[in-house]
Design a binder for this molecule. Structure first.
Ligand code: SF4
Length: 330
């Protein structure tokens, strides 16, 4: 089990909000906000993989991008490697870029089709280092070796590769500047099932070789169970539960986590206990108009009166286990 007490915090997110304004009418008046991320806090420790899970539209990708300051957050602080990056200028942020990188969901869309593999992987080296052309090429080859790409293909273009190989190019580019922290945003969702495990294994190998820290964003609870040390569950812009992997999967606390896990198929159909399956009623409310009180109160099988009035505090109910639910506030 991952022992956070022995580790240093590399990333610390506090009260992060990412609202997108809604403008309506002829005068484009500001009439509301899409609350994509609404008061989210978590830490990520050095060498850890924190899984961030939830259904599509829950705000997990927006959260990952805001943590890297690809968006300017509406509120909250983000500390990465001892530096608060939530309000730093673009030039100061540029200096932080080598420390923190991102692997995107769709390698097809995130790689420039007009650039060769060597140019794509070498781009961050050109922008952020003073390496000569020969030194850059050496590093490009080194990175291609590290991610399992044949050096002979350095002058080929992205369309000449398979989806899995393209994701390896994206990973090599993310590694070029020796980052400490990588946000992996659904890195296997666009890949064939047969090669998903290869890319996940590669990420794990690179983590142990290079001491990387990951925020691994995914809707695939089985894959997150495999790769994450701790898991944060998001619903409608909020983290509702955060726990070590074993605790979360063996004994989920929040009613939403319980429902989400009950829907994960078991490898052995005989072991699947359909009696314990929790089927949620209704749809996820709009993030532009979340319900009063607990965000989950319109669908929660355990809803109480207080849930419709007060937003439950996200708090530690056992060492290392955080839940936002009135059931644990009594
Ligand atoms: Fe359900 Fe209430 Fe807990 Fe929200 S606070 S998850 S509505 S029991």
């Amino acid at each position: 089990m991952f022992d956070t007490a022995q580790r240093k915090k590399l990333v610390s997110v506090n009260g992060l909000k990412m609202y997108f304004p809604i403008h309506t009418g002829l005068l484009r008046r500001h009439t509301g906000d899409v609350k994509a991320v609404d008061d989210v806090s978590f830490d990520i420790y050095e060498g850890e993989t924190l899984g961030l899970v939830g259904e599509s539209g829950c705000g997990k990708s927006t959260c990952g991008r805001a943590v890297l300051r690809l968006y300017d957050p509406t509120a909250g602080t983000i500390e990465v490697d001892g530096t608060d990056i939530s309000t730093t200028s673009q030039s100061a942020l540029r200096k932080m870029r080598p420390v923190m990188q991102m692997v995107f969901q769709d390698p097809q869309a995130s790689l420039n089709p007009r650039m060769s593999v060597a140019d794509i992987i070498g781009e961050p080296l050109r922008e952020h280092t003073k390496k000569s052309k020969a030194e850059r090429l050496d590093r490009i080859y080194e990175l291609m070796d590290a991610v399992g790409l044949n050096r002979d293909f350095a002058n080929r273009y992205p369309h000449e590769f398979s989806g899995g190989q393209r994701q390896r190019i994206g990973i090599a580019r993310a590694l070029a500047l020796n980052p400490k922290f990588i946000v992996c945003d659904e890195p296997i969702a666009a890949l064939d099932v047969s090669i998903q495990a290869q890319v996940v294994n590669l990420l794990e190998d690179l983590q142990s070789e290079l001491g990387l820290t990951y925020l691994f964003i995914s809707h695939d609870l089985s894959m997150v169970r495999h790769i994450a040390d701790r898991v944060a569950v998001m619903y409608l812009g909020k983290v509702v539960e955060l726990a070590p992997r074993e605790g979360l999967y063996d004994d989920p606390k929040h009613p939403y986590t319980i429902a989400l896990l009950s829907a994960v198929p078991e490898p052995d159909p005989a072991a699947h206990d359909s009696a314990n399956r929790v089927i949620l009623q209704g749809d996820v409310p709009s993030p532009s108009n979340p319900p009063q009180g607990c965000n989950f109160c319109t669908r929660c099988p355990k809803v109480m009166d207080i849930c419709k009035q007060e937003d439950p505090e996200f708090r530690e109910i056992e060492p290392g286990r955080f839940v936002a639910c009135h059931l644990y506030n009594q």
